[in-house]
Design a protein. Structure first.
Length: 285
């Protein structure tokens, strides 16, 4: 039996609308892991933010994290790939986020208010100011739960130099998508960083030429897995480079149209166990 590498996006793909992995999907992943296939989370999230249901699946030994900034070997407890933002860029990005452009004159949350998180050594950090008004955020209950779980909160994130010199990824989430689009336009021409989005109008910053595809390629080389034995399943723009490196690219029914067009197959939505349905059919489970 050929040993496949199955790269799975999290949000909008493996996770349903409640940000949970269903029992059916867990069972399917466990069957495939027991058969010897590599089950690989491939996500914009970092280590501490992976869904707890994945921890119940035995045999997950590798993960492509932070849009490819971090490729993790659980067995060796070490990074196979680690890419940091250039020195000074994290502070520059956060200074723009918290520098008044997206706040009202009173200092209260405005229409363009953003929630920022940074990833450092597999941990997620956020500004304690973000908690204010979070329960009333237009981003919804799932986002509130995500943002409050497994984050470490500090005061004035943009001034925490002990963290900013080691940042591998920054996420900015905006109350209104137009502000995220504006930030992406402002930063698109900066060669030292790469930009993408995965949910709503968020903006994700990584080092230049960093994406899930690069991370996946690094893991394929590390495990000596050929392209034809790689399956990638996703739903959003940050999955496109990963699709290009996979022998079989699968989009969710809820995926953006550009993602569906880039895929070889389209499965059911994330609320209809689309990942499990495709894998059960593909492997004849």
């Amino acid at each position: 039996m050929d040993r496949h590498l199955i790269a799975l996006d999290m949000d909008g793909t493996l996770l349903n609308s409640e940000n949970r992995v269903t029992e059916r999907t867990q069972r399917t992943l466990q069957l495939l892991a027991d058969m010897g296939h590599y089950i690989v989370p491939a996500t914009g999230r970092t280590l501490c933010l992976l869904p707890e249901e994945l921890g119940a699946v035995r045999g997950i030994n590798f993960a492509v994290l932070e849009n490819g900034s971090l490729v993790w070997d659980y067995g060796q407890e070490r990074a196979v790939v680690r890419r940091l933002l250039p020195q000074g860029k994290a502070k520059e990005i956060l200074d723009e986020a918290y520098g008044g452009k997206f706040m009202e004159a009173s200092g209260r949350m405005g229409r363009g208010f953003c929630y920022a998180e940074i990833f450092v050594d597999g941990k997620a950090y956020a500004d304690i100011r973000s908690i204010v008004g979070l329960s009333e955020s237009s981003l919804g209950e799932n986002f509130e739960r995500y943002f409050l779980e497994n984050h470490e909160f500090v005061e004035h994130l943009e001034n925490q130099r002990w963290l900013l010199d080691r940042v591998s990824k920054i996420n900015l989430y905006f109350e209104e998508e137009e502000f995220g689009q504006r930030v992406r336009e402002n930063w698109r021409k900066i060669r030292e960083v790469s930009l993408t989005t995965s949910v709503g109008g968020n903006v994700e910053f990584n080092a230049a030429e960093t994406n899930k595809g690069i991370g996946l390629s690094g893991l394929m080389e590390y495990l000596n897995i050929p392209k034809e034995l790689v399956i990638a399943i996703g739903d959003n723009e940050n999955d496109l480079e990963m699709f290009a490196r996979a022998g079989t690219a699968v989009a969710m029914e809820n995926a953006k149209e550009m993602v569906k067009k880039a895929a070889r197959k389209v499965t059911l939505s994330n609320d209809c166990d689309g990942v499990a349905v495709f894998l059960e059919t593909y492997f004849g489970l």
